[in-house]
Design a protein around this ligand. Structure first.
Ligand SMILES: Nc1nc2c(ncn2[C@@H]2O[C@H](COP(=O)(O)OP(=O)(O)OP(=O)(O)O)[C@@H](O)[C@H]2O)c(=O)[nH]1
Length: 367
């Protein structure tokens, strides 16, 4: 293949808030020293937390942050186009582009952009992955008939992400039984019969062989007006993992994903109920106390995701992560000059009320 005809493959990694996209990518980057990757990370919050979380492995990876919104049609999408243009100019310096979309984004805007005349000659969609928080799926967290508005909206985003994915990655599965995995698989298949493969991410790990270079769209890409979404899949119609206990991860029905562009745009219109805000504090935190408080906040308010970095006692620094009321911390590199910062993402969540709850429970001031 000559350089002039070679198209750089692009893999899109989508998945609902906190499903594990960044964790899986960090693991993947650690296993792919044989190739150079360009990574575009899009976050819903106003500042990037995922960039620093991914930042530890920088050799052979260049990281581009497109934060502050969703990769969308126009609007913030222009920041994405600018990034893609910058990469296009020197695309022979890397082998593969990975795009992590925000947990509230549907990947179609990226897919359509890649198919625009400006980019279609240089990039080819390799595959679209959707990462699934399997325990939450099993707990019914993405049921469209759920009681509250936040859950219904989450279900809508989740279903739209599944609908446009080639590969569904069942994540957070280490503690699950085979019966639970089968149940999760059945649920995904039922919701998204056109997802072609299910991949099981044990230990929050993706296998690079089963993730990059799948070429599910490139060989069948058609010129002109056609979106990659309507492209027929490639030849790889078999399970990505051989899990004999889980019978058959492939789909016999290889019909096209056929949707009109207006449908994609409609799906992508952002539900304004989803909001994020950033709180900071200048004081050293009592980390266990902060964890308990964040957990209570996530129980009492419609907060579905919290992430950030905080300073603990003894000069320690921690990455704090909450997915609903499941909160954890990991050690983070020291950065004495940085403020404590937490990004809260929720559905019609009141910044004022969250601050009041923190003030009530903690001696440290957050604003
Ligand atoms: N137990 C367990 N936790 C996991 C696994 N994968 C991710 N997590 C945790 O889930 C939380 C969210 O992980 P992220 O990788 O930041 O999720 P994300 O999808 O990138 O989140 P957003 O970008 O905010 O949507 C973190 O606390 C991770 O440590 C897993 O396989 N098992």
């Amino acid at each position: 293949m000559t350089p002039s005809t070679f198209k750089t493959p692009v893999t899109i990694v989508s998945g609902f808030l906190g499903s594990g996209k960044t964790t899986l990518l960090a693991q993947l980057l650690g296993q792919t020293h044989d190739r150079t990757l360009a990574l575009i990370v899009n976050e819903f919050g106003e500042v990037s937390i995922d960039g620093p979380l991914l930042g530890e492995r920088q050799d052979g990876v260049e990281l581009h942050d497109v934060h502050g919104g969703l990769l969308a049609y126009g609007g913030e999408g222009d920041a994405f186009r600018r990034t893609l243009r910058a990469l296009q100019g020197r695309r022979h310096t890397f082998d593969h582009v990975l795009i992590e979309t925000s947990g509230l984004a549907v990947p179609t805007a990226v897919m359509v952009t890649l198919d625009e005349e400006e980019f279609a000659g240089d990039f080819t969609l390799d595959a679209t992955l959707v990462v699934v928080d399997t325990p939450l799926l099993l707990a019914g967290a993405f049921r469209a008939d759920a009681g509250d508005e936040a859950a219904r909206s989450a279900a809508q985003v989740f279903d739209a992400q599944l609908e446009f994915a080639d590969v569904a990655v069942l994540n957070k599965i280490d503690a699950l039984s085979d019966a639970e995995l089968l149940q999760a698989e059945a649920d995904v298949r039922h919701r998204a019969p056109r997802v072609r493969f299910l991949e099981l991410a044990y230990g929050a790990k993706l296998d690079p062989q089963l993730t990059l270079g799948l070429n599910l769209h490139g060989s069948r890409r058609r010129a002109g007006h056609q979106s990659p979404i309507s492209g027929l899949p490639g030849e790889l119609a078999q399970p990505l993992h051989d899990h004999s206990g889980l019978d058959g991860h492939s789909h016999g029905d290889l019909d096209a994903h056929v949707h009109s562009l207006s449908t994609h745009q409609h799906f992508h219109e952002h539900d304004p109920g989803w909001q994020s805000f950033r709180l900071t504090s200048d004081e050293v935190q009592n980390v266990p106390e902060l964890l308990r408080t964040v957990q209570n906040v996530a129980r009492v308010f419609p907060v579905l995701r919290v992430k950030g970095f905080v300073h603990g006692e003894g000069g320690t620094r921690h990455a704090l992560q909450a997915v609903r009321s499941r909160v954890e911390t990991h050690p983070a590199p020291a950065k004495p000059e940085a403020a404590n910062e937490l990004i809260f993402i929720g559905y019609h969540v009141s910044r004022k009320k969250v601050i009041e709850a923190l003030q009530k429970a903690l001696p440290q001031r957050w604003a």
